[in-house]
Design a protein around this ligand. Sequence first.
Ligand code: MF3
Ligand code: CO
Length: 248
Amino acid sequence: MIVLKSPREIEKMHEAGKVLAECHKEIAMRIKPGITTWEIEEFVDAYLKKIGATPEQKGYRGYEYATCASINDEICHGFPRREPLKSGDIVTIDMVVNYNGALADSAWTYGVGEVSEKVSTLLDVTKESLYKGIEQVKIGNRIGDIGYAIQQFVEEKGFSVVREFIGHGIGASIHEKPDVPHFGLPHKGPRIKEGMVFTIEPMVNTGMHHMKMDQNGWTARTVDGGLSAQYEHTIAVGKDGITILTEQ
Ligand code: MF3
Ligand code: CO
């Protein structure tokens, strides 16, 4: 069942989204060679506490951290750790903010120091694919139109789209209906309606789309060691158009 949100609920989620967007801007200023994802985790924890927000991921299904920090070939759900980032690395920081009981979810991939041209293309294509998906979010379209637009764009650029992790409705908890795949056929899936709030979060690989799971049962990485990037926004469908709740 897809739970539709009232304008008032969407406004509260937007406030959470603004906190999250500000937090990403702060992270962007701190990412440089030598910093560890553990330091970013600690920064986020303290930042949210100061604002009166909480990290919804901590404790979610046994996940222990405020952030997911996925480096290079890690697709998602990397653990923050005490290993310094190096120039040329990429790192995806993903988090869900709870502010006054409302949630917002956003991930961003950061290049560390000087990145190669290939890496910089990967980041550009992945971010652009998110916006190609967002362009399809309009009343009357179907959820499948989003994934179709993303996959077409990404594959045309010679990259691949991860299949195992998809966007999702968000509301009372992190994951609700509808499922929002980043691949597939147009004109399929539920119709987009006023009051829907969901994430779009394409994970894009330089090599094959397949993943393997780490021993820790959380961290997914590319099967061929290729790089993986991700950009995620939480989107609300209103009467007169959409709002990107986590726009920076
Ligand atoms: N933020 C993630 C998403 O985009 C959810 C992570 S679940 C966690 O769906 F348990 F790893 F936190
Ligand atoms: Co997320």
